[in-house]
Unconditional design. Sequence first.
Length: 365
Amino acid sequence: MKVLYITNVPSPYRVDFFNELSQYCDLTVAYEKRKSSDRDIQWKNKNKRAYIEIFLTGIAVREDAAVCLGVIKLLKMQWDIIVISGYATPTGMVAITYLSAIGKKFGISADGGMIKNDNGIKYKIKRWFISKASWWLSTGKVTTEYLGYYGAQTSRVFEYPFASVRESDIGKVDVKKNDLRKDLGISEKLVVISVGQFVERKGFDILIKSCSLLRGDIGVYIIGGRPTEQYNKIIEELKLENINFIGFKTQEELKKYYLAADLFVLPTREDIWGLVVNEAMAFGLPVITTNKCVAGLSMITDGKNGWIIPVEEHAVLADKINVFFRNEDKIQEMNSEAIETAKEYSIEKMALKHIEIFRMLLQEN
């Protein structure tokens, strides 16, 4: 089975997924760009590529996207399955337009998505491109609703478990937490962590504000960069002492913080998925996130492995954090539930579900 995947840039989880998928098919992956410059690319995937990588050449229009007309030459080749991942990127749009014009069947893959109140023109453009596919790949119910809103035939939307963690890395939590905290310079009795870019969308200002309402023995660690002027101003105004900022960490370094923590929080204003939720649960961390995080909406059962809270509500966030630590007898149970949830979202299961869908599509043809 010859499969062509078109996407924007390589990233750790994509490389791992493509390597796993290539065990079941003859896979070629075409990228618009080699990297996205708006984020740290301090990762090195040492695994050899088991698939063919093609880096298209073109005119960069964004940090993570380019117009690559050479994709048309690639699409003229013989493929059993064509998947367009970046349907909103210039090259993805070129590919969709060309394939539609020649009547070639293809699929669109969406990592996530939430319905917005788009204006008429924006809605029509998005609907035109999304509706042109013959089938769609979705990360779950919320994404399926999103695709349907923009013209996908919901009966042709196939869901898969979106993942960034391998089965072998899930549930490895047998460590001496106190020793690990000492090595990391963590002194608090109870530890909350959050991970992400220090941008407004991630909602870290909400988490910082919540710190004024937390118990005194709870330390909050936000990992991913240097504190912004806004963050420092909030800390100064509220006279906070329980908030700590950690710079960018590689995946290997980040594992130590997951293992040292008790609880993970993602106070996002919008995440079309949020793979850090997968990663936190893989290390047995219950997760508190908002109703604007697709990963949370897909993976969290309130009170079982975490909580979903309204966006922008720092007092509600603080209350849930305090409730979690107050119910000590339930913490271990929630740890186990988080791991069990993560097991359903592994790289291996993601690849197997894709190949199952591809085989079904080939049988139709």
